[in-house]
Design a protein around this ligand. Structure first.
Ligand SMILES: Nc1ncnc2c1ncn2[C@@H]1O[C@H](COP(=O)(O)OP(=O)(O)O)[C@@H](O)[C@H]1O
Ligand SMILES: [Mg+2]
Length: 243
């Protein structure tokens, strides 16, 4: 199953959510998290080498199997692919690899990998790349924060989803402080996509502390409010897709 994690705005916690969802899903099946964002957040969060990764697969046609990393020794269920260096060095060329005909064989390779769940972390924008990844994905998740800027960009995203008749998505509201979701925000958002909200994740410094330890919060602080919410999202997700 392919799952893409997206947002229109940066800094909403997309990579954090992707990492922790992937880690939690890895308890249910063999999971691979592919970082398609040249910012390399996933490898940075885990403090692993990101000099070779997905962008090298695209540019240099190296085998995708050669860039898969097992970050936690002994854990046979959790793997990542960093973005590498070429994506950052040649940003425009990088985008071109996601043109449908060029990307198709890469996607074929990805789909043939022996994983139960493959997640994509993405750059924060509507782009050829993200459209392509969304098109191939069985499901995608849109991460949004309860603030006006995020709210505005979220509506642009919803518009894009509507225009493209995309229904196979869920919404995650992240970095929510107690009582912070304004009535206006929650009414507006619920009016449009009530049934699409799969989780409301609290602002929780266990996330930042875990980053300092090069681990996902869901691994290190299993009972933090953040981790419990991620667990809940995974349970709900698996339940919803079963139906
Ligand atoms: N629920 C949360 N509580 C506290 N900090 C968070 C939370 N989610 C994300 N963060 C922090 O926000 C920052 C940006 O997150 P990141 O995942 O890199 O965002 P994006 O991928 O959307 O750009 C990171 O430093 C991360 O630790
Ligand atoms: Mg990111």
């Amino acid at each position: 199953m392919l799952i893409t994690i997206t947002s229109l705005k940066g800094g909403v916690g997309k990579s954090t959510v992707a990492l922790n969802l992937a880690y939690e899903l890895s308890k249910k099946g063999k999971t691979l998290l592919i970082d398609t964002d040249p910012q390399n957040s996933i490898a940075s969060f885990l403090c692993v080498d990101f000099r070779k990764g997905f962008s090298e697969v695209l540019f240099d046609r190296i085998d995708i199997g050669d860039v898969i990393i097992q970050p936690f020794k002994g854990n046979e269920n959790f793997y990542i692919i960093p973005n590498g260096l070429k994506g950052l060095k040649y940003v425009e060329e990088y985008e071109e690899f996601f043109l449908h005909d060029i990307f198709f064989p890469v996607m074929k390779q990805i789909k043939s990998l022996p994983f139960d769940f493959i997640l994509f972390d993405t750059p924060p924008r509507i782009s050829k790349q993200n459209k392509e990844l969304i098109t191939y994905s069985d499901y995608f998740m849109v991460v949004v924060n309860p603030d006006p800027a995020s709210y505005a960009s979220f509506y642009i995203f919803l518009d894009f989803l509507n225009k493209n008749n995309l229904e196979n998505f869920f919404v995650i509201i992240n970095k929510v402080e107690p009582n912070e979701i304004s009535e206006e925000f929650s009414l507006a958002i619920q009016y449009k996509i009530r049934q699409k909200i799969i989780g409301i994740i609290p602002l929780d410094n266990s996330v930042v502390r875990a980053e300092g330890e090069c681990q996902p919060a869901t691994k290190l602080y299993t009972d933090s409010p953040f981790s419990l919410t991620i667990k809940d999202i995974v349970m709900r997700f698996l339940d919803l897709i079963k139906r």
